[in-house]
Write a protein that binds this ligand. Structure first.
Ligand code: FEO
Length: 401
């Protein structure tokens, strides 16, 4: 019978055997309009290892792709580089089916796999000789979970990097060099901003450790594979930029509005920002996902947030986005808050306090307007935008440069 799902040969001894999730549109709160992949790799030494697995609903796809190369029961070793369920959801079923000699994970992975699934695994240790190929395990705690590790295969100069260097992008192409560079950059930025950003200091140290390895191939657990020195250099270079979180003259204005007044303020603030030389990204939180704000903040220099007051608090969409962004710990931002209100007007103060808690440097107290902004109010909004842009220029182009 013809095979529907086939493996893709990466090198003579490494095959991609993962799954393509064309329809996922939300990955724990991160909007994924282009779907994703859950990558798994067969490494064919004298012993055969399966590196990572897939989300539970895709187990048949994984097994079918493996079967296009070998009988899945010939797999000797399963390695779990990361225990999040998008890579381990089918692990229990898989182990029952293929009966590997050994299942390996990091120390924390061992704990996590037992806690999630009741699976007993061995600690991977430093390395494993497959016969002709070596698996060298590199602990990378918190990229993305405490259990995360990477596996380097020196004979193939290949790094299986689990979440790092990945992106949520479902495509028929398996290699980054087969895809549009602008699409790759956009999706990589978005993925880093929404998944990896809070761990930037750890990523920076990991990049230092990886710089000592000869790498021709980076095989992440999501999205395309980076092959060849140019391609590998490109993604490593992007990560070197990301970890610095260098601000640019981009200002993100994120807001929602009840009857149009807060939006009118946002538009006037944007005019001031533009006048002051900033590039503006206006994000209406009613119609745009929270993950768009996170993605735009990756290289932004300012965050300006607006919300009407609703029942003595801030608007639910704004609270949602702020909760999400706070968790991602963006750095090096200046900012301000603004609000229109009918009666009590608490939202301005709440936003000010929230931005301070996020260590956003406020250029002024929150701007509050009762009911509908007048021409004078809008002029004040424009002034606020100019002031934010001025502070951005000061920080981004220090005096004397
Ligand atoms: Fe792709 Fe952190 O899981």
């Amino acid at each position: 019978m013809a095979q529907t799902f086939k493996a893709v040969k990466i090198t003579d001894r490494i095959y991609w055997v993962g799954a393509i999730d064309w329809k996922i549109r939300d990955f724990h709160g991160y909007s994924t309009p282009n779907g994703s992949t859950y990558n798994a790799f067969l490494v064919m030494g004298e012993k055969i290892a399966l590196m990572d697995a897939v989300k539970a609903p895709f187990k048949s796809e994984l097994l079918a792709r493996i079967a296009s190369v070998i009988d899945p029961e010939k797999i000797d070793i399963v390695v779990s580089n990361h225990s999040e369920p998008d890579h381990t959801g089918c692990l229990k079923h898989l182990i029952r089916k293929i009966k590997p000699e050994r299942v390996l994970a990091s120390k924390m992975g061992k704990k996590a796999l037992f806690a999630h699934y009741g699976i007993e695994v061995e600690e991977a240790g430093e390395s494993l000789d497959l016969g002709g190929l070596t698996l060298k395990f590199i602990e990378t705690r918190m990229i993305h979970w405490p259990d995360s590790m990477m596996t380097y295969i020196p004979e193939e100069r290949a790094l299986i990097s689990q979440d790092a260097f990945g992106m949520h992008l479902a495509t028929g192409e398996r290699f980054a060099d087969q895809l549009e560079p602008s699409l790759l950059r956009r999706e990589s930025d978005k993925y880093y901003a929404n998944i990896v950003l809070p761990y930037s200091a750890i990523v920076k140290r990991a990049l230092g450790a990886l710089s000592g390895l000869d790498i021709d191939l980076i095989c992440p657990d999501h999205g395309p594979i980076w092959r060849g020195k140019d391609s590998v250099g490109e993604i490593l270079g992007w990560y070197s930029d990301y970890v610095e979180q260098r601000p640019t003259m981009k200002a993100v204005v994120a807001y929602d509005t009840m009857w149009g007044s807060t939006e009118a303020m946002a538009r006037a603030i944007a005019e001031g920002l533009i006048e002051g030389g900033a590039t503006v990204r206006m994000i209406n939180l009613h119609s745009s996902p929270r993950s768009e704000v996170a993605a735009e903040l990756l290289d932004a220099g300012a965050l300006i947030v607006g919300s009407p007051t609703l029942n003595n608090g801030i608007f639910p969409t704004v609270a949602d986005a702020m909760t999400y962004i706070e968790g991602l710990k963006p750095q090096n931002l200046v900012g301000a808050a603004f609000s229109s209100f009918g009666w009590s007007g608490e939202s301005a103060g709440i936003l000010d306090e929230w931005l301070k808690k996020m260590r956003v440097e406020l250029v002024a107290e929150a701007l509050k307007v009762n009911y509908v902004p007048t021409a004078e109010h809008l002029a004040q909004c424009r002034e606020l935008g100019l002031k934010v842009a001025g502070k951005m220029s000061e920080k981004i182009q220090p005096k004397g440069k």
